[in-house]
Design a protein around this ligand. Structure first.
Ligand SMILES: NC(=O)c1ccc[n+]([C@@H]2O[C@H](COP(=O)([O-])OP(=O)(O)OC[C@H]3O[C@@H](n4cnc5c(N)ncnc54)[C@H](O)[C@@H]3O)[C@@H](O)[C@H]2O)c1
Ligand SMILES: N[C@@H](CCC=O)C(=O)O
Length: 564
């Protein structure tokens, strides 16, 4: 039997929806804003055994994933497989690409349910997401973790923080933020007039295009516009298919009606071309790389005359995130924070630290600390719970990392201090690598690598202000950055000089690990539109508010008092 829910026959779905409605009308819940606790998976714990068992199931089975349009499961001949990155002979999912015709019929189907979905009260819609959060927190926690571990090669801790608490928090917090937003109404100073605002969904459909690296991001990109009354075409990443499919199934099981989110595996450019040519495109909710988002934006620009509305474009993209170390820094924090940020999940977080600036006076201690920890880092398969990082996501990523390692080994400006090798014979393994760059503008200091490669630059202690300016001007990104210093005046200086360099700025902490509701996430410059998923502001991107003025007294005259 499959680990995942089977797509239910139509009648069962209708019953599920009816039950959901009964559940919804019985109570309107509004939970406290409290983050989902992170489980520890200590040896002998139930959660550890549950995940182990599910992981074995996932690894020994190839899930057949359909395209879902409305309530219909569809398979095409364009078949693809999702493999485990750490063992690429292991096929964990079989899926097929949607054709342009299918994508267009998904648009039609979505538009056919839009009015009914939008007409449902926000509190009704919110209950579906509250319920999905509860399911992810409880009965399906091990499943969502196992699919994320086997599919995206995350160790149990990285899978947990992503696919459980972060996704659960996105659903719960957004539902709460939405209810709060609806309570936010205009003032009514004149008793003869009633002013209200209705938070309408956008007229048209939203294309949600998600990346491989966070299961939670897929759920949020598709889920939040749906919560706000929109219909969504969700194109999951090829390399996160299985976990994203489970998220979709959970939402459906929790009462999301057919057609509100269409599940559309597709070749990226085909999907992008098709949705941007539709006159009903109302928005794109994207997370991924700069080239993909740039391309989508250009396509929208070219097609602008054909749209019925100006599409909203939200895109969270890459980063070249820094750790700036001042001579007053606590070395232990620098070392531990940098190892975690650079190498957890193989550096495949948009927020990962990939360049560190260290003063000469501290370099011997920082370098030795990093090399010492590096010796203890274990790379391997996620079913070994002592593993810190696993393989990178796919062959393209492996090749990209390999070319940066070759550059590091061949350049006279770069010294490889640890790591530097890679091997794709069984899985796409790239060794965690620490290099010292003598050229402050080496491409290892400037470009997003999206892998476990940390570049360090050593500076004269007295030049720290110049180095802050250098950090600000070295890359085109502006996502995350950290400053390590015990001197408050230096922290203030750094904060001022680096103001535009990071949408998420950390002081004496690593550059990764933002928490929904706590550190609102996103950056500007080439890192994206900085719409701050995980904050209340994000919801406003997915509504088109209508202001309504109702006059309670007859309009008796057309003239101004001054005319009398
Ligand atoms: N800022 C953030 O919040 C954030 C979060 C996660 C990842 N990221 C960034 O995402 C990138 C890694 O993710 P990725 O490798 O999945 O990115 P990607 O750009 O390769 O793919 C993202 C999605 O776009 C699709 N796609 C590809 N070409 C397309 C096209 N022409 N039209 C439409 N869709 C297309 C892909 O299939 C995938 O679903 C990194 O740059 C990382 O920094 C940013
Ligand atoms: N929210 C995550 C990054 C998401 C992008 O990959 C963090 O803060 O580390």
């Amino acid at each position: 039997m499959s680990l995942l829910f089977r797509l239910q026959p139509k009648t069962k779905f209708i019953r599920a929806c009816t039950n959901a409605r009964a559940f919804l009308s019985s109570s309107v819940r509004c939970l406290q804003l409290k983050n989902e606790p992170i489980l520890a998976f200590a040896p002998g714990s139930k959660e550890r055994e549950d995940v182990r068992a599910k992981l074995q199931e996932v690894q020994s089975h190839t899930e057949d994933i359909p395209i879902v349009i409305g309530n219909e499961e569809i398979h095409t001949n364009d078949v693809h497989y999702q493999v485990s990155p750490y063992k690429h002979s292991q096929k964990i999912a079989r899926y097929c690409y949607a054709t342009p015709d299918l994508i267009n019929s998904a648009i039609e189907n979505a538009l056919s349910v839009r009015h009914e979905w939008e007409a449902r009260s926000l509190s009704d819609r919110a209950q579906i997401f509250f319920k999905a959060a509860d399911v992810l927190s409880g009965e399906k926690r091990a499943d969502i973790l196992a699919t994320t571990m086997a599919g995206q090669a995350k160790n149990v801790v990285q899978a947990e923080i992503d696919a459980a608490p972060e996704l659960i928090d996105f659903f719960r917090f957004n539902a709460n933020y939405a209810l709060e937003l609806e309570r936010n109404q205009p003032i009514n100073p004149d008793p003869s007039i009633v002013n209200t605002v209705e938070y309408r969904g956008l007229e048209g459909f939203i294309a949600a295009i998600s990346p491989f690296n966070f299961t939670a991001i897929g759920g949020n990109l598709a889920g939040t516009p749906a919560l706000m009354g929109n219909v969504v075409l969700w194109k999951p990443s090829d390399t996160a298919m299985l976990s994203n499919w489970l998220v979709y199934r959970i939402l459906r099981e929790c009462g999301l009606p057919p057609g509100v989110i269409q599940f559309l595996p597709a070749h990226g450019p085909v999907f992008g071309d098709t949705v941007t040519q539709s006159s009903d495109l109302a928005g794109i909710n994207f997370t991924g790389s700069v080239p993909t988002f740039t391309n989508l934006w250009q396509q929208v620009g070219q097609n602008l005359p054909r749209y019925k509305t100006f599409p909203r474009l939200a895109g969270e993209c890459g980063g070249k995130n820094y750790h700036f170390v001042h001579s007053s820094a606590d070395v232990e924090s620098v070392v531990n924070g940098t190892i975690r940020s650079a190498f957890e999940f193989g550096g495949q977080k948009c927020s990962a630290c990939s360049r560190a600036y260290v003063p000469k006076s501290l370099w011997p201690q920082v370098r030795d600390g990093l090399l010492d920890k590096h010796k203890d880092i274990k790379m391997g398969n996620p079913d070994d719970f002592s593993v810190f990082l696993s393989a990178v996501i796919d062959k393209a990523s492996f090749d990209r990392n390999k070319s940066y390692l070759e550059h590091a080994k061949s350049s006279r400006d770069v010294e490889v201090l640890a790591g530097g090798s890679c091997d794709d014979s069984v899985g796409y393994f790239v060794e965690p690598t620490i290099v010292q760059c003598h050229n402050q503008k080496d491409k290892l200091m400037q470009e997003e690598i999206f892998g476990p490669v940390l570049s360090c630059y050593v500076y004269d202690d007295d030049d720290y202000k110049e180095v802050l300016k250098l950090i600000d001007s070295t890359s085109s990104f502006g996502l995350t950055g950290s400053v390590f210093s015990k001197d408050e005046s230096v922290v203030d200086e750094a904060k001022a000089i680096l103001r535009q360099s990071a949408g998420n700025f950390y002081i004496n902490d690593k550059s990764t690990g933002s928490v929904v509701g706590q550190q609102w996430f996103g950056g500007s410059r080439k890192s994206g539109t900085n719409d701050k998923p995980g904050s209340p502001h994000y919801l406003l991107r997915w509504v088109s508010p209508q202001a309504i003025k109702r006059s309670k007294v007859p309009l008796k005259d057309w003239r101004y008092p001054s005319m009398e």
